[in-house]
Design a protein around this ligand. Structure first.
Ligand code: PNS
Length: 156
């Protein structure tokens, strides 16, 4: 059985995240979505809220689990017995940052990272831009799962 960890902040989860996780679920037997809890940041949604939103999005996917973690990604990956970390790449900006993290994680633990090319329909999307646009009154409905859009509207 092969398992993959899709880590991220997911504050909030976008359709770009959902696309990567779905495509990962088509390849791996088990997909663990790992939501980082970063105590030094002030997220819009608490980690438990992000977890509930993603669990709702993937309720029809029996092989997708959602969990939160603190500390090093490689420690969480090791504790959950995952085989590989999977990240989405939107473009060269992502690549430089993601390559560095992948190499650091490999150096720390031997954990490999694989990349999935983001669907071009979502390559402009990021959680932080979605929050900024929503805060300034822009329409972000088509960028988010319906439950996330509803939660964001309420939170704003
Ligand atoms: O969605 P993001 O914000 O791009 O996700 C970044 C994430 C969560 C993958 C990264 O910040 C992370 O791995 N955090 C856990 C702490 C850690 O292991 N840091 C060292 C990374 S090399």
């Amino acid at each position: 059985m092969t398992s993959a960890l899709c880590p991220g902040s997911f504050d909030p989860p976008t359709l770009g995240h959902v696309d990567i996780i779905e495509r990962c679920a088509a390849v791996f037997d088990r997909v663990l979505v790992g939501i980082v809890e970063n105590p030094s940041k002030a997220p819009l949604f608490a980690a438990s809220e992000r977890q509930a939103l993603l669990e709702d999005v993937f309720r029809e996917f029996p092989t997708v689990e959602v969990a939160t973690f603190q500390g090093l990604l490689v420690d969480f990956a090791g504790s959950q017995s995952v085989d590989v970390v999977v990240k989405g790449l939107r473009g060269v900006g992502d690549f430089e940052y993601e390559l560095q993290m992948a190499q650091m994680n490999h150096e720390l633990s031997g954990m490999d990272t694989m990349f999935i090319a983001t669907n071009p329909a979502y390559s402009y999307l990021s959680s932080s831009l979605v929050k900024e646009v929503a805060r300034l009154g822009g329409d972000v409905q088509k960028m988010l799962p319906a439950n996330v859009y509803a939660a964001l509207k309420e939170r704003m």
